[in-house]
Ligand binder design. Structure first.
Ligand code: APR
Length: 327
């Protein structure tokens, strides 16, 4: 998955480069800066001494010494002063400059902390949005795996209003399977006559041959057909789905490929399919949307809102301890 959100201690991340939320002196501090220097050992500070500091919004790269990665990229985030002194622009520059240094160093994987979201006081939900938006923009033009590393639950926050809206949507729709089973035992209904209901959103076919062709269409065939219908390129689709190129070419070359549910749903989001066609695409992969799965309900919430931003959906899924969309 090109952009992952994970809970971890960044000093444990086995990636090509980790990013340090430093201060302009680059001579260490508290928070993640302190943790990285402690884990890397004194050689890191020695190298930093020779860098002559770093401006806010810029980044510099060093070795990683005792850390399980190749490089440390030191960037200096803005201190929050209310948002009217260009903080957003500076914070975005931290991510972009760090990613450019990682790219120039040939890194294939990079891990970021939430820069400025600690001692520098940047509101956590806004810091998260700037991070995801800037990294997402970079990933549209580059192949790289990026981890946003969340150290503790408290430091991860999506917008309060959105959190509450999703929480009430879950409350209204979540069906606990145990309860549902009890209800089913009580009301012994007669099975509904099986009618050939065409999935919502797909036009009823003209004739039987067309109908059978639609049923035979595999997940991969429907996906490629939809990409063409939407006038998208393959790359636009899989990047928007937070899927890497390798997996996409596997799906493209094997008409019977069966993706995971998060992968199938990620493509439905990338194609901006309405609920009916989302269900149809899922069915081709052998899945259904279920109200006994918070993951499904949260994705359904965003589809009903017409919000197909996969990074915002993943932020919400992460906030509710669910797996993320993508591969
Ligand atoms: N791994 C991942 N994330 C971490 C870790 C860790 N080991 N330790 C802290 N964090 C998270 C915090 O929870 C916060 O969300 O990193 C984020 C950034 O917090 P800070 O480290 O306080 O960085 P920042 O807000 O950018 O302030 C930088 O603090 O440590 C000093 O020298 C640093 O002066 C600079 C200032």
């Amino acid at each position: 998955m090109p952009l992952n959100i994970v809970r971890n201690d960044i000093t444990k991340m086995k990636v090509d480069a980790i990013v340090n939320a430093a201060n302009p002196s680059l001579l260490g501090g508290g928070g993640v800066d302190g943790a990285i220097h402690r884990a890397a050992g004194p050689e890191l500070l020695e190298e930093c001494r020779g860098l002559g500091g770093c401006e806010t919004g810029s980044a510099k790269i060093t070795g990683a010494y005792r850390l399980p990665c190749k490089y440390v990229i030191h960037t200096v985030g803005p201190i929050w002063h209310g948002g009217l002194l260009g903080e957003r622009k500076l914070l975005s520059s931290c991510y972009r400059e760090s990613l450019n240094l990682a790219r120039d160093a040939g890194c294939e994987s990079v891990a970021f902390p939430l820069i400025s979201a600690g001692a520098y006081g940047y509101p956590r939900d806004r810091a998260l949005d700037v991070a995801v938006e800037t990294i997402g923009a970079f990933l549209r033009d580059h192949e790289m795996t990026v981890y946003l590393v969340v150290f503790d639950r408290a430091s991860f926050q999506i917008g309060e209003r959105r959190f509450q809206a999703i929480e009430s949507y879950i409350d209204d729709h979540y069906v606990d399977l145990r309860l549902d089973k009890a209800r089913r035992v009580q009301s012994v209904g007669f099975p509904q006559p099986q009618t050939m209901a065409y999935p919502l959103g797909s036009a009823a076919p003209g004739n039987l041959r067309e109908a059978l062709a639609m049923i035979d269409e595999s997940f991969s065939e429907m996906l490629l057909r939809k990409i063409d219908e939407k006038g998208m390129t393959d790359a636009q689709c899989y990047k928007k789905a937070n899927i890497d190129r390798k997996l996409f070419s596997k799906i493209r070359s094997d008409r019977l490929y069966k993706p995971s549910k998060p992968t199938a749903l990620a493509f439905a989001i990338a194609l901006e399919l309405p609920l009916g066609e989302t269900r149809e695409l899922l069915e081709k992969a052998g899945f259904a949307l279920s109200h006994s799965s918070k993951f499904d309900i949260i994705v359904e919430y965003f589809i009903r809102q017409g919000n197909y931003n996969i990074y915002e959906i993943n932020e919400a899924l992460f906030a509710f301890d669910q797996s993320l969309l993508g591969n």
